[in-house]
Ligand binder design. Structure first.
Ligand code: G1P
Length: 290
């Protein structure tokens, strides 16, 4: 399998879980400490040597693309004010990756969002990263999958163990562990009831796929929630050509869940030496009064 150069990042969802914060701001632009959620996702792709990012957007999401472009007016203000560190920081974001975008005109599900980018991936294997799933680890999350995909010449999906009471929030796989943390996928089901879940191994919004996924997506009927589910197409792809799952190393935060969003903010702020001491003192104070 050739090196993965492209990633599809679907960002057309409404973000209803994060209302009212997301009434007029895309959920992907909410800040985690000093950067929007989506910048962490794109940085993960860049660290994994992916050059081309394809955003699947809607009419209200232009600000996401703008974030990864130059802002000449802001740059000249920063330059005149001698704020050169900030200037470098904002320029660096524009230079991270190539940006392409395609509109998802109707929000018909994650599978449909991936389908919208079909023409832009042009028959190459590609990655998919869910725009509000944050992963942090030494080896970038998506790179962990690319390495297995290239070695096995197969599509690979990222999984993590979740508690039984959370299986109904995820796609859940049934697989056979062939080496530590690497599974051969036999089956999967989107958001099963706890009693129907084949395991606690949940799909976590990172995928490396081959272009034949589109043939499977073509055939998928609306599934869970009446949506075109990527999971349903992955299931038939796994059964027809084989698929691996990798238990991902590192931390994961679902930015659409308030407690995880807030934890991610604290986690990142604590990495900043300038903030760490004061923030810890504040947190200790809050905890004392609980
Ligand atoms: C999507 C996928 C699901 C996966 C999840 C990970 O669901 O359909 O299989 O487990 O992302 O975040 P969503 O969260 O978009 O409902």
């Amino acid at each position: 399998m050739q090196e993965i150069r492209k990633v599809i990042i679907p960002v057309a969802g409404w973000g209803t879980r994060s209302l009212p914060a997301t009434k007029n701001i895309p959920k992907e632009m909410l800040p985690i400490y000093n950067k929007p959620v989506i910048q962490y996702v794109v940085e993960e792709a860049q660290r994994a040597h992916i050059q081309d990012v394809i955003f699947v957007t809607n009419r209200d999401k232009n600000v996401i693309e703008d974030h990864f472009d130059y802002n000449l007016q802001l740059e000249s203000v920063l330059e005149r004010a001698g704020k050169l560190e900030k200037l470098e920081e904002v320029r660096k974001v524009a230079e991270m990756v190539n940006i392409m975008s395609v509109r998802q005109k109707k929000q018909l599900g994650l599978g449909h969002a991936v389908m919208c980018a079909r023409e832009l991936v042009r028959g190459e294997p590609f990655a998919v990263m869910v725009g509000d799933d944050l992963m942090f680890s030494g080896v970038p999350g998506i790179r962990q999958l690319i390495d297995v995909a290239m070695a096995e010449k197969m599509p690979v999906i990222g999984v993590m163990e979740v508690p039984w009471e959370k299986v109904s929030r995820y796609g859940i796989i049934q697989g056979e562990e062939v080496s530590p943390g690497v599974y051969r996928v036999h089956d999967m089901v989107e958001k099963p009831a706890r009693e129907n879940a084949p395991s606690r191994l949940a799909i976590v919004g990172r995928y490396v796929l081959t272009p034949d996924i589109f043939d499977h997506l073509d055939k998928v009927q609306p599934g869970h929630g009446g949506e075109i589910q990527l999971t349903d197409a992955l299931k038939t792809l796994a059964q027809e050509r084989g698929m691996m799952a990798v238990r991902m190393a590192g931390m994961r935060f679902d930015a659409g869940d308030w407690s995880e969003f807030l934890s991610a903010n604290i986690y990142f702020a604590l990495q900043d030496e300038d903030l760490r001491y004061e923030l810890l003192a504040q947190l200790r104070k809050f905890v004392q009064f609980q």
